[in-house]
Design a protein around this ligand. Sequence first.
Ligand SMILES: Nc1ncnc2c1ncn2[C@@H]1O[C@H](COP(=O)(O)OP(=O)(O)O)[C@@H](O)[C@H]1O
Ligand SMILES: [Mg+2]
Length: 640
Amino acid sequence: MYGLNRVFSTSQVTQLAKMLDALLEGEIEDPDLLECFFLEALYFSLGASLLEDGRIKFDESVKRIASLPTADTEEVWAKPGELPGQLPTLYEFHFDSKRNQWIPWSKLVPEYVHDHQRKFIDILVHTVDTTRTTWILERMVKIKQPVIFVGESGTSKTAATQNFLRHLSEDTNIVLMVSFSSRTTSMDIQRNLEANVEKRTRDTYGPPMGKYLLVFMDDMNMPKVDEYGTQQPIALLKLLLEKGYLYDRGKELNCKNIRDLGFIAAMGKAGGGRNEVDPRFLSLFSTFNVPFPSEESLHLIYFSILKGHTADFHESIVAVSGLLTSCTLTLYKNIVQDLPPTPSKFHYIFNLRDLSRVFNGLVLTNPQRFQTVAQMVRVWRNECLRVFHDRLINKTDKQLVQDHIGNLVLEHFEEDEEVVMRDPILFGDFRMALHEEETRIYEDIQDYEAAKALFQEILEEYNEINTRMNLVLFDDALEHLTRVHRIIRMDHGHALLVGVGGSGKQLLARLAAFTAGYEVFEILLSRGYSENSFREDLKSLYMKLGLENKTVMFLFTDAHVAEEGFLELINNMLTSGTPRPVASGAHQADPHHSPWGWVWLPSGPALTSWWASTALGGRWKYFLTQHCWVPRRETPGCLH
Ligand SMILES: Nc1ncnc2c1ncn2[C@@H]1O[C@H](COP(=O)(O)OP(=O)(O)O)[C@@H](O)[C@H]1O
Ligand SMILES: [Mg+2]
């Protein structure tokens, strides 16, 4: 049967036994009840790593072997001795031991309550998948069994796991997040672990007594395969998981036993920079395939957010939030279908993150400025253009996205078409940028004249304080400025500007940062500037962020990449919040303050995925620029 590659069948049987361990509490005498637990354990072990087709076949075989009567009356759930038949497979059901019934997972999804104060990036709308993932995590952590989730990018692996970790009791748990990249070394992992454990006896180490250290290893299959076919960090972890110890590096090679340590891992399927992980290592984990969210789940996630956000808007706007959600999903589907990634368009990768960005833009609106459906649909069009269109590298592709949006507007909002489709389309919260005391409000800037007048004033103010920049604010420059400004004003706003040298990327970025009220941080390369110098610079940046609570835009250009190693540090900063290890001691990413986002950056010939986050509670903005990939004559495009 087709499942996740290379999961040994013996390890699946072990997984079955572990799952039973997790499910069975106390003596169970009733054989029918026992069978229910056994069936559930079977689906979460032998059946857990199967993909779609395999799941259907698996379900058929198990049901045939079980040969139990089927209960399929609406809303009357099967009891022990029966199998539920309301939904196609048993994968959709959970055996609830309290109620003694098979309940569909969909009925167990906690209801979403919108909180206007919560940052967009901290929002998690529970779906069938996240509810199931959370349940698995609870069970596995309870029996201290390492667990790994495997699924495509954007299947909520990271979001759901982080949400689970956030809700763990801090009294008994310490969480360490490690995001792997192609350049993560075994030494990185070891240092990271060692920084989070303390000496207990001569050769035993562990987290402070009474606590359990839970390590979340995200994107675990990223590390590169060396010439001997080994992923070194994986080899180290295999030793640790299997034997429970590591060796000191250096001369002594002392053996260090590490106690009270648990593992959760997530990874994408092999391919696109991700490698096959040693199956012997994987066999130490319980493995679960995370399917891509169904269309219903996607709709649920984004509709819940938009409905919650627009609750105090005009009722006509509330009424279209469902329609706007389905238009976004249709647009997304069309784009994924029409614009697949190719070697020259390697970054045409659209997933849940992009959908999230569209809605992140939509929740910037407020009821005072957005009073009509036309205004709301217009800002929707802006967000879709910014997220999808600005990433594209040629006119044909851009036109295609514009046409898709145009068609959707025509189909669903015909009477507002004129307002919605009017160009230029410029949104931002910089009207009051020079008046610090005023709150910034996201709004329609209307036209180039208005944008130019605002930016001209800002530019003059900038030139009073800083080295003068001679920027001519022609229409394209205004568009880029608003785009960059919009990105960096968002939490997790990380932009990758792509364009030929001399196209003004840096100047625009600086002015956008000034407009947003951010300081700019960049490194100054000098002779002999090494990775250590880079770390020192980053330390001072962290001091500024953490102690002075400044908001900083980190400007990083391709000229700054003196050594490839810099990229690894930035990758770590983007993924976990720190360029480990910057300082010793308490430097691990704090899951409570580390929201996540994406930016793509080509590093060498291979593509690496990049993340960003806030650090040390200070508000942190990254800005990465790299010029390449866009053919000449193009003005810069934004990826974000
Ligand atoms: N249930 C959800 N509710 C809200 N946002 C979600 C949900 N699931 C995923 N997202 C958003 O989708 C994006 C991708 O999810 P992520 O967990 O990073 O995927 P993965 O780790 O599987 O690649 C993130 O921006 C996340 O915030
Ligand atoms: Mg992830």
